[in-house]
Every structure is written in C-alpha cells, then in structure tokens.
Design a protein. Structure first.
Length: 288
C-alpha cells in the first residue's frame, strides 16, 4: 500500500491546484464581465420652491404681468454603457405655476406648464473634485396662460419640442467631515418646433373653423433665445442628501409677430437619494 501513497498524494495535489485555478479564473472572468455602469450610482432627487415671475404674452396683453411663482422638480441621473461608462443620462420634470398681476393691479394672469427634458452628458475630470459634463438633449413643454380681463381670447396655449445643449459643473469638497457638492447646470434650446397662433387669429378660427395659419413654427436660438439654469448645493445627512439651490428659467419667443417671455426665479429645497447596484468602493464622494 505504501507504493501507492505518493501517487495518491500527487492526485490530491493536482486536484487542489485545478480547483484553485478554476476558482481564480471564474473570479477573474466575473470581474471582467462586470458592466462599468452597473458599479456606479443612480440618483433620484425631488425639490420644491417658490419665487417670482415676469410674463409677457402679446397675444393676450401688451403689458408685463408680475407675481409669485412656485415650482416642483423631479430629477434622475444614472450611468450608461456609452464610452466606457463616461456618459450618463439625466431626466428632469419641472412643473411651474404663477399668479400674476399687471402694474395697475386691475387684471390677473395665471400661467403654468410642465417641461420634460432628457440629456446625455460626457464627463471630464478636470481636477480632484472638479468635473465638467456636456452633451445634447431634448425637451418638451406643454402649458398655457389665462388672462381674466379678456373676453374674446382669454387664454393662450404654449407648447414646444426642442433639441437642447446642456452643460454642468460639479465640485466636491469636504466640510464638517462630510462630502458636499456644488453643481451648476445650464441648458440652451437650440432648435425645434413651437406652437403659436398667428397675429390676429382667434382660437375660434384655429379650432372651430380649423383654419391653419402657420401655427407650427420652426423655433431656433435666434427667434427663441432661452436659457434654463439650475444651481444646487448638496449636503449629506444620515439617510439622505439635503439640497438647496436656485432655479432660473428665461424663456423668450418672437413668432408670427407675437412676443412672449416668461422669466421665473425660484429658491428650491429638497432631497436626493443615491442607489448603488454593486458597492465596490468605500469612497463617499457624491457622483452628481
């Protein structure tokens, strides 16, 4: 029996080496097959705010109306597989509503609408804690304005579908032994389509008589020079990230001989939650 012992030991040794090699190979293959986007973080944020608004709609009135504006923002950011995970996608819902008065306080207007936007952004790490992203996007807006002084045409519908250009700057820093983040975002509508009645056209003619009169117009950065800004400061707490900031939307339009602008600025506050599929690092820096 002793002459078989070295052979038995050799078999056990070879079997051990084979099992170890298989385990290492499987683990290495699993690591290589991990999607870069799956190890990153998805962010969901909700913010509400209030501020002021300035509206001019020459189809309803030649005068500016000013008043209070309220807003609600729902934002999501998540990674993608594009360009080795360096591109992330942002979706944003923003609801605005305003109660306005003319300068003499003899008439009121009510304005509001919902804008949905989606942006694809490529990220550049410029320095430690400093990141810049930029890329294309698209947005759709649906809203309206009502003037309680007008009898014939008291309301005006607003709508557009635009291709946007978006850029953001992220700055992470430590304060009070926690990782904070300051972010600035700017969006510029580049081109698309917008709805507007023609000068002197009533809604009775447009909808009841179905008289189309150039109501869908090609909108671009010259006849629709607009910008949307978002500035936020993220402060991490135990179970969530508190956000405070400023939302400023400057919409302008000159189509079919009609002038329109809606300038609103709101102070916002809310929270953000971060979800990570696979925790591969103990780094607590906020990604966005």
């Amino acid at each position: 029996m002793n002459r078989y012992q070295p052979t038995t030991r050799l078999r056990y040794l070879l079997l051990t080496v084979a099992m170890t090699w298989t385990t290492v190979t499987v683990n290495a293959q699993s690591t290589e097959d991990i999607d870069p986007a799956s190890t990153q973080t998805t962010m969901h944020a909700m913010m509400v705010g209030a501020g002021w608004s300035n509206v001019l709609e020459s189809y309803l009135s030649p005068y500016n109306y000013k008043g209070t504006d309220i807003t609600a923002i729902r934002e999501t950011m998540r990674p993608t597989k594009l360009m080795q995970g360096k591109v992330h996608v942002q979706t944003l819902f923003q609801l605005n509503g305003s109660i306005l008065e003319n300068r003499e306080k003899t008439a009121k207007e009510y304005a509001g609408g919902l804008r949905y936007s989606i942006n694809w952004q490529y990220a550049w790490e410029l320095a430690q804690g400093l990141k810049v992203t930029a890329g294309p996007g698209a947005s759709a807006y649906l809203g309206g304005i009502y003037n309680d002084r007008n009898g014939n045409n008291p309301g005006q519908a607003k709508g557009d579908l635009m291709i946007d250009l978006n850029a953001q700057v992220f700055y992470n820093f430590r304060l009070f032994h926690r990782e904070w983040m300051l972010r600035y975002e700017m969006t510029v509508p580049f081109c698309g389509m917008a709805y507007t009645p023609n000068y002197g056209q009533s809604y009775y003619e447009a909808f009841e008589l179905e008289n189309y009169d150039k109501n869908l117009q090609f909108a671009h950065f010259v006849n629709t020079p607009s910008m949307r800004h978002l500035l936020t400061l993220s402060m991490p707490m135990k179970s969530a990230v508190i956000r405070v900031g400023l939302s400023a939307n400057y919409q302008q339009q000159k189509l079919n001989g009609l002038k329109y602008h809606n300038y609103n600025t709101d102070f916002i506050v809310g929270f953000a939650k971060y979800f990570q599929r696979k925790a591969t690092s103990k780094n607590h820096t906020l990604p966005f």
